[in-house]
Design a protein. Structure first.
Length: 254
C-alpha cells in the first residue's frame, strides 16, 4: 500500500530533529562500537589460517547483529520520545537467535541474484575468451562469442539491480522483528516486503538523499561523516514509522 506519510523531506526533517536531540549519545554509541570492532580485529590478527581468527570472526558477526538490533531499538524509542538507554541490549539478548535468523534470510535473499550474476558473468567471459580470434575477427564463432559475452554482461547488471531491489524491499525486517518479535523471523521478512510495496520510488528517493548526505559528510571531513551518519540512521527509522502510520490508520478505519 502506498504511504501518504512517507516523504524524503519529512524523513530528513525528522532525522535532523532527532539528531539534534540525541547526537551526543548516538555519537558515543557509534564510537564505542567502532572501538570494540577495532579491539576484536586486533585480537583476531590477519592470519586467516588460525582457529582464533575464525572464532573472533564469528563473534564479530554475532556481535554486529546484536548491536545493530540494539541501535534499531534505540532509534525506535527515540522516535517515540524516549531517551536512549543501554538496557535495550540486555532486552534484545534473548532474541538474538531470531535476529540472526532475520539477518541470514535477508542476506541470502539479496545475495542469491549477485551470486547468479557472477556465475553468468564468468560463463560469458569464458565464452568470449574461447571464441576470441584475432586472426579472423569476422568469423561467425568470434561474433557469437562476443555477443554472448555482451548479453551475459547485461544480465549481470540486471541481476545486480534485482539484488538491490530485494535489499530495499527487506530493509525494514530487523525493525519489524525488534519492535515485535512475536511475529517470528519470516513474519518480519514478510512485513518488510508488505510495507515497502507501493513505496519503492519514494524509498529510492530517500536512499539517494541519504547517499548525497553522506557524500557531503565526507566533504566536511571526519566529524561531518558522523553527523550525516546519525541523521541517516534516524531518517531510516522515520521512513519505517511513516509507512507504519498509514498501516495503523487503515486498521483503525476497518
Amino acid at each position: 500500500m502506498k504511504s501518504l506519510h512517507l516523504s524524503p523531506s519529512g524523513a530528513l526533517k525528522k532525522g535532523w530533529e532527532l539528531t539534534k536531540k540525541h547526537f551526543i549519545v548516538m555519537l558515543g554509541l557509534v564510537l564505542g562500537y567502532m572501538v570494540l570492532l577495532w579491539v576484536i580485529s586486533l585480537l583476531s590478527g590477519t592470519d586467516t589460517t588460525t582457529f582464533r581468527y575464525w572464532i573472533l570472526y564469528l563473534v564479530n558477526l554475532v556481535l554486529s547483529v546484536w548491536v545493530n538490533a540494539g541501535f534499531a531499538k534505540i532509534l525506535l524509542n527515540a522516535y517515540d520520545g524516549e531517551e536512549p538507554s543501554f538496557s535495550v541490549f540486555k532486552e534484545l539478548f534473548p532474541k538474538l537467535g531470531g535476529l540472526i535468523g532475520v539477518n541470514v534470510i535477508v542476506a541470502v535473499c539479496y545475495c542469491i541474484p549477485v551470486v547468479l550474476g557472477f556465475i553468468v558473468l564468468f560463463i560469458g567471459a569464458g565464452a568470449s575468451a574461447a571464441s576470441f580470434n584475432l586472426a579472423d575477427p569476422y568469423s561467425f564463432g568470434h561474433f557469437m562469442g562476443q555477443a554472448f559475452g555482451g548479453v551475459t554482461g547485461i544480465l549481470f547488471l540486471v541481476l545486480l539491480l534485482v539484488s538491490f531491489y530485494i535489499a530495499l524491499r527487506l530493509m525494514f525486517a530487523v525493525y519489524a522483528y525488534v519492535e515485535d518479535s512475536s511475529i517470528g523471523v519470516m513474519g518480519a521478512v514478510r512485513k518488510s516486503w508488505t510495507m515497502t510495496q507501493g513505496n519503492m520510488w519514494t524509498i529510492l528517493l530517500c536512499i539517494l538523499m541519504i547517499i548525497v548526505l553522506n557524500l557531503l559528510g565526507l566533504v566536511a571531513l571526519i566529524i561531518g561523516v558522523f553527523v550525516t551518519m546519525i541523521i541517516t540512521m534516524f531518517m531510516t527509522v522515520a521512513m519505517y514509522r511513516q509507512i507504519k502510520e498509514d498501516e495503523e490508520i487503515v486498521i483503525v478505519e476497518e
